[in-house]
Ligand binder design. Sequence first.
Ligand code: G6Q
Length: 547
Amino acid sequence: MNAPLFNTINTFTQLTEHAKTASAWQMRDLFASQANRFGELSVSAAGLFLDYSKNRLNRETLSLLLALARECRVEEKREAMFAGEIFNNTEHRAVLHTALRAPRNDTVLFEGKNVMPEIHAVLDQMEAFTRRVHSGEWKGCTGQRITDVVKIGIGGSDLGPRMVCQALRPYLRDDIRVHFVSNVDGHDMDAALKPLKRETTLFIVASKTFTTLETMLNAHTARNWFLQGGSESDLPKHFVAISTNAEAVTAFGIHPDNMFPFWDWVGGRYSVWSAIGLSVALAIGYDHFTEFLAGAHAMDVHFRQARPEINMPMLLALVGIWNRNFLGYPSVSIAPYLQDLGNFPSYLQQLEMESNGKHVTRSGAAVTWHTSPVVWGNVGTNGQHAYFQLLHQGTDITPIDFITTLKPSHKLPGHHAALLANCFAQSEALMLGKTADEARADMQAQKMAPADIEQLIPHRSFPGNRPSNTILLNSLRPESLGALVALYEHKTFVQGAIWDVNSFDQWGVELGKVLAKTILEEFEANTSHPHDGSTTGLIGLAKAALE
Ligand code: G6Q
């Protein structure tokens, strides 16, 4: 789909000019001059609330950004994705993760065929399997029920289920424990296996391609561990696979009946909604898994139907574009004020950076504008006691997404009010900063010596004017988590559409996979390939140590 290049369109020039004025604005003043700024610059959708008023923008900025989205044909591109067109143009694939969470009776066409029956056949397979495991009907090799699941997979086949299982901790069943192993570092698998018993453990090997080095090595290690005390004929009771590659699954020795398929039109980092979510269903129960899908679907409907002015993913994306491309901020920090969202920054890091960390347009021309910012972060309040110093007073300005819930899932008194107070205080402090006069008044109140006060003012005053969004959920439940993840998926989509990059390939990741295989062969077969001097030197040191 051809759209004019981002930096050649009219609104790009207008926004560039506008940003020159905006960089002098103080958010304090914007709040003072716009009485209902909070009401005007906030939006609700699918049970989520987004406050984007603490950004350096005004009504004119917003209307220019909305015009930018129109000029970049974001809505047309959105429809092309939902309609199953070959949107991933470098891999010749459709992009249909949204169909995975659509209701059974919807029609989603891909190459003229409705994909919904296939999707729901796999969901039915997942449901039947999950219920058999939970009821104890699915038995291990000695007739005992499964108590532990080891989910093996990496990247897009790991981060989603890992993040969701942590986020929905209050929903975890107490009759089954799900463990995640992703790293090829043997310490990961070793630690996971140590407390487990073969006869009550189920391994899920999740890999879209079923060729990924780390996952295949971990899967073989798991199989060898199992076979030390079990027999080949017992494997079907203890190993299932999730993949698009049936041939490789069979070659590994997993029975086709134990395979849960998905499709090449589901990108790895968009796959938690597919059979890749089987570990989630086992951990929290199938019904809660379907609530998670339903929450995402509610956000899909909103994204597809709401006018751009009140469209949450669109607005979140446009504010990000403003901060990245016009105000020039190089990174975005994610600050969930919720311990259970501890893995959410890593999840978003992959979603946004792998999707939009691109240097050419969809048609292969070099981009001459910035694409994905660096995405990083950690939970609050912990981050406050570590790197927030840089966010307040460092030389780079880093926009922050604060994410929290109005209600906790626990009943411990006092904690949630303290958490929310900190969360809101941070965005306020980042925005307001502290003037020299305010710092002076504080120190005078502490009866400090005037000479000390003047010396300390540069250190104890803050520039402020630092942007943030706040996303509020009522509580962290499967539906609201589904909506939150879908919000960021669509934000990523909109930004990729504006930057005119293919958000659904990952050739950089593929290169790393290929090169690692070559070097591994050099270790194992003691062959050598030509490399640069540094890599040759490092390989030599490792060969000597591994001998
Ligand atoms: C995701 C990426 C990447 C991928 C992993 C695992 O979008 O492509 O993170 O998910 O490399 O790949 P497999 O699922 O094929 O093992």
